[in-house]
Ligand binder design. Structure first.
Ligand SMILES: *[C@@H]1O[C@H](CO)[C@@H](O)[C@H](O)[C@H]1NC(C)=O
Ligand SMILES: *[C@@H]1O[C@H](CO)[C@@H](O)[C@H](O)[C@H]1NC(C)=O
Ligand SMILES: *[C@@H]1O[C@H](CO)[C@@H](O)[C@H](O)[C@H]1NC(C)=O
Ligand SMILES: *[C@@H]1O[C@H](CO)[C@@H](O)[C@H](O)[C@H]1NC(C)=O
Length: 318
């Protein structure tokens, strides 16, 4: 149940971050119509045509995370890594899709700056925490299913947080992913959410298992279409909310269908987000790339100079 998260937040070292709520649990885009809350999305990507309105495919009925039962996180609380895992599956599951599967949110806080050993190696500070979403072992409803999450956040006044795409050439840490996406709450931001547009379809996270992660644009969503979480009300009062969809994978290439596994990470934090500096490898490549022509020019210059001197000496003899 949605509210069962409430008491547990107190146990999580980095949560709750007061001005920024990522309510992965509670939303109901069709709440006004009296339909159920919905959250984990699944699309049938078998018949996706170019330029289709639903680039991920035809949606299956979503799984509402408000109707998941979540584990007792006390047993997953690890004080050495400052992490805890919320693991859940639908309470009422007649299809048996989650018989051997679960959806997990691993929340991790950090005591200082650095990067996790695992891709996508998001740069973190002590003011941030990482949320890793893992869908493992759930049976998809089609043989080419793409999964997604609907994410609800607190707005800024009447607006939604601003969306920014940063490009980096920091290739060493996330091979071939040259982009960092971020949401900023305010121009001098009180908080941020940051992620690389990549998810992984295997436990072994590498280039082969990387799948793209697409984010839709943010839309204001009506507060009263959300289940009334006491925690949310207590921290934010009556706020406006914004929602967007994240989808993991595309119809071609690797996907959830390979190993029935999907993981994706994001960073949540206070103030300005950490900025990726160039990695030592990239700096080295730049140094070599810029250095080599420089050396050639220098060499060429010396050669010309010497040649010229020889030439003038020769002329002076004449
Ligand atoms: C969670 O587990 C701990 C230790 O196993 C136990 O003390 C606690 O009562 C449990 N909490 C709930 C809500 O079941
Ligand atoms: C769950 O695992 C058991 C044992 O490995 C297997 O027999 C069963 O078919 C699996 N169920 C689903 C829905 O995958
Ligand atoms: C996917 O499923 C459909 C219908 O269930 C089947 O006709 C098709 O052969 C399957 N494709 C693959 C690649 O297994
Ligand atoms: C997310 O995708 C689902 C399924 O396509 C859709 O019903 C829902 O309105 C989308 N939510 C947002 C915030 O775009």
């Amino acid at each position: 149940m949605c509210r069962s998260w409430g008491p547990y937040w107190g146990w999580v070292p980095c949560a709750p971050i007061p001005w920024l709520l990522l309510s992965l649990v509670c939303t109901a885009p069709f709440g006004l119509l009296g339909e159920e809350t919905r959250q984990l999305l699944e699309f049938d990507s078998t018949k996706v045509s170019e330029g289709a309105t639903q680039p991920s495919g035809k949606p299956y009925p979503p799984y509402s995370l408000a109707e998941f039962s979540w584990n007792n996180i006390t047993n997953s609380l690890d004080l050495t890594t400052l992490s805890a895992v919320f693991q859940g599956h639908p309470v009422d599951e007649h299809t048996g899709a989650f018989a051997n599967g679960s959806l997990a949110f691993k929340v991790q806080a950090f005591s200082g700056s650095g990067r996790p050993a695992q891709p996508p190696h998001l740069l973190h500070t002590a003011d941030s925490c990482q949320v890793e979403v893992v869908l493992d072992g759930a049976s998809p409803r089609g043989n080419h299913s793409i999964f997604g999450l609907e994410v609800v956040t607190i707005g800024t006044g009447l607006d939604c947080p601003s969306v920014k795409e940063l490009h980096s050439i920091d290739d060493e840490y996330a091979p071939a992913v040259f982009q960092v996406n971020q949401l900023l709450w305010g121009s001098s931001p009180s908080g941020f959410m940051q992620w690389r547009p990549v998810a992984f379809s295997q436990k072994e996270r590498d280039r082969e298992s990387a799948v793209p992660c697409q984010a839709s644009s943010l839309h204001p969503t009506l507060a009263y279409s959300l289940p009334s979480s006491l925690i949310v009300r207590a921290f934010f009062g009556s706020q406006n909310f914004c929602a967007f969809n994240l989808t993991f994978g595309d119809p071609t290439g690797a996907g959830y269908w390979d190993q029935h596994y999907l993981s994706w990470s994001m960073l949540l934090g206070m103030g300005f987000p950490p900025v990726d500096a160039l990695s030592p490898l990239v700096l080295g490549i730049i140094a070599v790339a810029l250095g080599a022509p420089g050396l050639l020019l220098l060499g060429g210059g010396l050669f010309l100079l010497l040649r010229h001197r020889q030439y003038s000496e020769y002329q002076s003899i004449n």
